[in-house]
Design a protein around this ligand. Structure first.
Ligand code: PHE
Ligand code: FE
Length: 297
């Protein structure tokens, strides 16, 4: 990053985490060429044949798991993306994406500060990490890579209602930062955009990117008797802790993207005020009166 660029407090904090994460490790990715919004160029010529081959293996494994598990809109949009041959060019995707919902992908070196992330979403720009995981990380990766970001998130950006929802989420994130309520909104994001399930006439289906890009959880979340599956209640969800190093203990289920949009439309300020006074709920809670939905047969 250009040293003359003035950093916000949030970005300065983030810079510290670049040099030293809490576990002593470093964030992956080359941040030296990023602009003030952490945007870089995606240089497709840097991807090796081995990396394209790894992408194809990831894509094939995951695409085979989608029928009967992913929601229909995801499957249809993914097919239109024509991204099965190798790591896709964001510029090419952007032509179709802009036509569909006026969203754009921007290339980033990896994780970016919350403020910057929300600013992008609020402007209908989705940040996509450029680097691909190593072969040893085929099944599990700690930080999001281009496979998670692109395969998991980009298809739903083609859906007009979801596209609108994500922009509203970005604006809501900027507001939550000011209200010191980010952790509550982050839980909602986690349990919807990353790990959400949707009810359909054919049974439960997945729309969350964290599940859709995972080889194991995509079946577990629908079929296993172990986790809880409850209808999404925004306030309850924002109180619920989540696991980052194991499959989820609870999945929140929506009726439709329109219902998700409507449920998240009200001003969250009074909700934040209320839940700041309450204890967080463990990830495996089932509250009185709550129905634990049956897994798919
Ligand atoms: N309605 C939320 C607020 O007032 C913003 C939001 C919209 C958050 C959509 C998430 C999703 O803060
Ligand atoms: Fe993600």
């Amino acid at each position: 990053m250009d040293a003359s660029v003035e950093l916000t407090v949030d970005q300065a904090d983030f810079f510290k985490t670049l040099t030293e994460k809490s576990d002593g490790g470093k964030l992956r990715g080359d941040y030296s060429k990023a602009d003030a919004h952490y945007v870089i160029k995606q240089d497709c010529s840097l991807y090796t044949p081995e990396q394209h081959a790894l992408w194809r293996r990831l894509y094939e494994r995951q695409a085979r798991l989608l029928p009967g598990r992913a929601c229909d809109v995801f499957i249809e949009s993914l097919r239109k993306l024509e991204a099965s041959d190798g790591i896709p060019s964001f510029a090419k995707t952007n032509e179709a994406l802009y036509k569909a919902t006026k969203w754009q992908l921007v290339a980033v070196p990896g994780l970016i500060p919350d403020l910057t992330f929300f600013e992008h979403l609020a402007a209908r720009r989705f940040p996509v990490t450029v680097w691909l995981r190593e072969p040893e990380e085929f099944d599990y990766i700690v930080e999001p890579d281009v496979f998670h970001d692109f395969f998991g998130h980009v298809p739903l950006l083609f859906n007009p209602i979801f596209a609108e929802h994500l922009q509203e989420y970005g604006k809501g994130g900027l507001k939550a930062l000011k209200l010191d309520a980010l952790k509550y909104l982050a839980r909602l994001y986690w349990y919807t955009v990353e790990f959400g399930l949707i009810k359909t006439d054919q049974g439960l289906r997945v729309y969350g990117a964290g599940i859709l890009s995972s080889g194991g959880e995509i079946d577990y979340c629908l079929k296993s008797p172990n986790p809880r599956r409850v209808m999404l209640d925004v306030e309850r969800c924002m109180r619920t802790l989540y696991k980052i190093d194991s499959y989820q203990e609870t999945y929140f289920v929506i009726d439709s993207f329109q219902k998700l949009f409507d449920d998240t439309a009200p001003d969250f300020t009074p909700i934040y005020d209320r839940i700041k006074l309450l204890d967080a709920l463990p990830a495996d809670s089932l509250l009185p009166g709550e129905t634990n939905l049956a897994p798919n047969p």
